[in-house]
Design a protein around this ligand. Structure first.
Ligand code: HSE
Length: 397
């Protein structure tokens, strides 16, 4: 028996899937326990110089109507037409493995249900953390835990930018351009720098861990466009690295609080040392205490590695992973407002502000300090308005 699969999209990730598959075909087949091959690659563009040019099609129906294709890797990105294509494949019993976080964050509940109904799999390991195995570990290896919090650096592009700002004093725009050239950024980098990409990923994690679909619109999200070089420098002096942190916390009232914010991460926290395009996810559970998952969060082959891991799983023909399912949510009443988010806070205030704190740092762009006491987001925002703060961010110890 030979498993034939199709790859939808031949951009950064899709071309990586094809490259990595043929590079490691022998060992992949050994692990899958079956021969495997790519039968189709779907893309509207022409690739006349590709060694795989005979596999290209512009017509999705070639794939959909070919019963020999039992598994599909979706690497197109965006909700449509990916959603229509993926749903149609699942309805035909073809398992789908996707790297498309927007698709999973917006439509994961529907696609999981469709897979369940048609006795096939919908896998999305590549949608969070690039190369890092995090979806299966959360769902399986850590399944015995009451997971109280997940916090992570989930966007490679912004971590790369913040690292360049920190290490090389590189202006934001130059670092972004470099990230785009290296194939890390989304087609529209707004999704990276405004935090939407990290938001989609924490939505996927939250849905998986807490069992109800968390939609991006329900999650407070702030990106890194307002993080200035002076804040990066001041944070360093105060003992912190600035990272775009996406987190979800289970609260005592039974609700969850997912959010995405630039955050001062203490140098005592292992996440502070996660640099460049690397991502890290910290999972806190009552059994494990804490675990950390680390690896390349973006890029061609790292993401392809995760997609192919899923495709190999589908080739084993293990049937549906029924429990890898979360419910649709009729409302977001189970999600706490960000106003309740509690931490110590970083403030940068104008140079003429009276500040009577020990740990302050005066520089050309004002005075920076971290509060001794914890405050809620609502209190910190009110204080920022009152003192005319130029910047304020939460602190993670
Ligand atoms: N643009 C994303 C990132 C790609 O930078 O993390 C991987 O999801």
């Amino acid at each position: 028996m030979s498993v034939k699969f199709a790859v939808l999209g031949h951009g950064v990730v899709g071309s990586g899937v094809v490259e990595l598959f043929y590079k490691n075909k022998k060992s992949i087949e050994k692990r899958a326990g079956t021969e495997m091959d790519i039968k189709y690659i779907l893309d509207l563009r022409d690739f006349p110089d590709s060694p795989y040019k005979d596999k290209f099609t512009k017509d999705f129906n070639d794939i959909l109507n070919d019963d020999e294709v039992t598994s599909v890797a979706e690497c197109m990105g965006g909700v449509e037409p990916a959603f229509t294509f993926v749903k149609a494949c699942l309805e035909k019993g073809k398992s789908v493995s996707t790297s498309n976080k927007e698709l999973v964050a917006e439509k994961g509940d529907i696609l999981l249900q469709t897979a369940k109904e048609h006795n096939c799999n919908f896998f999305f390991e590549a949608s969070v953390g690039g190369a890092i195995p995090i979806i299966r570990p959360l769902h399986r290896c850590l399944a015995a835990n009451d997971i109280t919090k997940v916090a992570g650096i989930l966007n490679g592009t912004t971590n790369f930018i913040l690292t360049k700002m920190y290490n090389d004093n590189m202006p934001f725009a130059d670092a972004l351009k470099l990230a785009q050239e290296l194939g890390y950024a989304e087609k529209d980098p707004t999704a990276d720098i405004e935090g939407h990409d990290a938001c989609r990923k924490i939505c996927i994690i939250s849905s998986l861990v807490y069992g109800k679909h968390v939609y991006p619109k329900s999650v407070y999200t702030k990106g890194i466009t307002q993080v200035e070089l002076c804040d990066v420098e001041a944070a360093d002096v105060l003992g912190y690295a600035i990272k775009l942190v996406a987190s979800v916390t289970k609260l005592d009232n039974g609700k969850i609080l997912p959010c995405v914010m630039p955050t001062l991460v203490s140098y005592d926290n292992i996440m502070a040392g996660v640099n460049d395009v690397f991502n890290a996810v910290l999972v806190y559970g009552d059994g494990v205490d804490q675990t950390m998952f680390y690896g390349r969060g973006a890029g061609k082959l790292p993401t392809a590695s995760a997609v192919l891991g899923d495709v190999i799983e589908t080739a084993k023909g293990t049937g549906t992973v029924l429990s890898q399912t979360w419910e649709s949510a009729s409302d977001d009443s189970f999600i706490e407002n960000v106003d309740s988010y509690t931490s110590r806070w970083y403030f940068r205030v104008p140079a003429d502000t009276e500040v009577d704190l020990g740990g302050t740092y005066s520089h050309d762009d004002g005075i920076s300090y971290v509060t001794d006491e914890e405050m809620t987001f609502a209190q910190a925002k009110a204080k920022a308005d009152e003192i005319g703060a130029l910047a304020f961010m939460p602190v993670l110890e």
